[in-house]
Design a protein around this ligand. Structure first.
Ligand code: HEC
Ligand code: HEC
Ligand code: HEC
Ligand code: HEC
Length: 430
């Protein structure tokens, strides 16, 4: 039982600093063993100072729980038995959806949160009712009790609860291998009549694949090639091409680009001044294979490819004008669409670990550990911060930048981390 360590050594709250030591297991809760274990820790800290980090904390009401005695903890167990066990279990390891594990959670955090629930600060939920009638003293003891327990570890079934999503960039690259023979290794075409895919907006590329699949865009070859892909495959492939460096297609452009430039004025309203449109529904034409452009214009004109917006502009072009416009666009410099490489949960977690500790094992008694927490609860908490229904200045800023899939990924990431126990050892004032 670590938090009585100071008391066991006759320390008092006037000491201003703690040392924190991360352990794989809590110490046994008898006063003698605390002293022995503490001696061992002090030795261990001298031998391996890298494992221990000094914390500068100001004692106050919120840190009262760090001075809980073995007696307080024994009383806390009785409070837990009577008021918490039904939902959190006596071991603090939850088996219910969206009910958090609280065993081994940092003590000052637990105590602060139960008081927040009591004051209605975390909204109307089962917890608010459970703690409403308990005194701060009982809550402090219950917090000290749960903090002293062995934390939950990543569940054997965690992989099933929170399947690891493959990295979309890698998955896209792998799936696009089947397309490289025609569309070019990096999506820059070397085959006249086959479009480059690099430099196209991923939303447009997905829409095109869906149109082939549904038959709305008629092309037997492309239907066969993309018709069996899942929606996820499609978006991964589109992302892969969007991240490639676009270049002009390495194919001949037989028309008169100068004549084409003048005629292209009629197209620039939708396709952009130099063939870079800026809108995902209007495909970029800059650097596109010239033969493909000319064939597409003919297809819109004769109705083989039907699109209300393109029918008019295409109808006004004869073969020669179409070829000239194609040569003009093919000569323009394509640009990469505005798509950033998605951040992986592990990369994202580096920003969270700053406060939540390495692998989500917090060293600050006031900041929650996230390691091995239930993924469903972590998701719910992050959604609540993002919506503003759970208030925290730090977390409002951090959750704002997260999309739904980031939240899913990061929750799965932390639910899989090994949970470690933090021992707070008072550092005597010098
Ligand atoms: C009726 C079921 C129920 C009972 C009884 C209950 N809890 Fe909870 N507890 C919950 C639920 C559900 C949540 C998550 C609520 C939310 O999403 O904010 C929660 C959340 C918590 C949290 C926040 C954990 C975190 O990681 O932020 C703490 C701390 C906590 N409970 C402690 C206790 C203590 C101590 C008791 C007994 C005094 C207790 N609970 C009794 C259902 C219960
Ligand atoms: C055998 C050669 C070949 C292969 C392999 C191939 N494509 Fe195509 N692709 C074409 C041709 C030819 C067109 C032009 C069809 C048309 O006129 O509609 C095309 C058109 C497309 C378009 C429409 C582009 C636009 O600008 O509208 C997309 C998107 C596309 N292919 C994606 C893929 C993907 C993804 C794969 C791999 C899973 C793939 N293709 C494999 C030949 C191929
Ligand atoms: C009113 C807006 C608009 C104008 C003007 C317009 N386009 Fe389009 N264009 C579109 C849209 C929208 C599409 C995508 C249609 C689809 O999904 O098949 C498209 C598609 C195309 C394509 C197929 C590109 C690909 O990757 O498959 C070509 C080629 C094209 N336009 C050429 C032209 C030319 C040349 C002109 C001028 C003569 C022109 N467009 C004028 C809206 C426009
Ligand atoms: C600047 C410090 C800081 C950073 C960075 C930070 N957090 Fe937090 N986080 C906190 C604090 C403080 C709390 C407790 C807030 C409260 O009382 O609700 C918290 C609470 C949480 C909770 C609720 C835990 C529980 O048991 O209820 C989750 C989940 C969480 N953070 C996830 C994250 C994720 C994911 C990131 C990175 C994207 C992150 N945090 C980055 C400080 C931080």
């Amino acid at each position: 039982m670590p938090f009585a360590a100071g008391a066991a050594l006759g320390e008092t709250p006037r000491h201003r600093g703690f040392r924190v030591l991360m352990r794989d297991h809590p110490m046994s809760p008898t006063p003698q063993s605390v002293v022995f274990a503490l001696a061992a820790i002090v030795v261990a800290m001298h031998l391996a100072p890298a494992g221990a980090q000094p914390l500068s904390v100001t004692p106050g009401e919120d840190l009262r729980v760090l001075y809980a005695t073995p007696l307080d903890i024994a009383e806390g167990e009785r409070v837990a038995e009577a008021s918490c066990k039904g939902c959190h279990g006596l071991a603090g390891i939850s088996t219910a959806k969206e009910v958090p594990h609280i065993a081994g959670q940092r003590a000052a955090y637990l105590y602060a949160e139960v008081r927040t629930y009591k004051q209605g600060g975390r909204g109307d939920n089962p917890m608010a009712g459970a703690v409403k009638l308990l005194s701060d003293d009982s809550l402090m003891k219950a917090a000290a009790y749960y903090a002293s327990l062995e934390p939950a570890q990543p569940a054997a079934g965690a992989a099933k609860n929170a399947p690891m999503k493959p990295d979309p960039v890698q998955a896209g690259r792998a799936a696009a291998a089947a397309c490289a023979g025609c569309h070019g290794e990096d999506g820059v075409s070397k085959t006249p009549g086959t479009p480059s895919l690099a430099g196209l907006d991923p939303k447009y590329v997905v829409a095109a694949m869906l149109a082939y699949r549904s038959g709305q865009r008629k092309n037997d070859l492309m239907k066969a090639l993309v018709g069996t892909l899942s929606d996820t495959d499609m978006s991964n492939i589109a992302l892969h091409y969007a991240l490639q460096k676009p270049a002009r297609a390495q194919t001949p452009a037989p028309g008169d680009a100068a004549a084409g430039k003048a005629a292209a004025a009629a197209c620039s309203g939708c396709h952009g001044e130099h063939g870079v449109s800026g809108s995902p529904s209007n495909p970029n034409l800059a650097g596109q294979d010239a033969q493909y452009i000319a064939v597409a214009v003919r297809a819109y004109k004769d109705g083989a490819r039907s699109n209300d917006l393109m029918k008019g502009p295409a109808a006004s072009l004869d073969e020669r004008a179409a070829r000239d416009i194609a040569a003009y666009y093919a000569s323009q410099q394509p640009q990469a669409p505005n798509v950033r490489k998605p951040v992986t949960p592990a990369e994202l977690a580096q920003q969270c670990d700053r406060c939540h500790g390495v692998g989500g094992n917090s060293t600050d008694p006031r900041a929650p550990s996230l390691a091995a927490q239930r993924a469903d609860y972590l998701e719910k908490a992050l959604q609540a911060y993002r919506k503003g229904t759970r208030k925290s200045t730090a977390m409002a800023a951090m959750s704002e930048m997260l999309g739904d899939s980031d939240i899913e990924g990061i929750a799965a990431h932390y639910s899989r981390q090994k949970a470690r126990f933090a021992v707070y050892v008072l550092v005597p004032a010098r």
